[in-house]
Design a protein around this ligand. Sequence first.
Ligand code: SF4
Ligand code: SF4
Length: 127
Amino acid sequence: MFRPGKMASQVLRSLFKKPATSSYPFVKKPMPKDFRGKLRFYQERCIGCKMCMRDCPSAAITIKPIGDKKFIAEIDLAKCLYCAQCVDTCPKKALEATPDFELAQLEHGKLLIVLGENAGKDSKTEG
Ligand code: SF4
Ligand code: SF4
């Protein structure tokens, strides 16, 4: 049954309450512990075993040799499911999931990133 008095009091109460939503992207809250965002690659730990590639369910990661026992990791952010299976699989803890989730790009090509020093000149390189 419609009760205008009850509704009016609820409206008044709501006027003085803090909003339940947050003002993202103006206010950013810290991500929860163990959030699985963009990958970080510790090049100095990688032994090139490619177990991360084998276990990746979407073929989003490619490990490539670039010299004497040195490897780079190519990640296709468009294919990555952010499942962190590669992180769990890596026997050397060379991969880590970061809280970074703001990965949108206007150009598809920018979603292919190369992690590690001495990566290809035409690719974005991050540590
Ligand atoms: S599983 Fe780890 S050590 Fe092996 S290739 Fe991948 S990142 Fe490197
Ligand atoms: S987070 Fe998952 S989908 Fe992304 S590269 Fe690692 S295993 Fe593949």
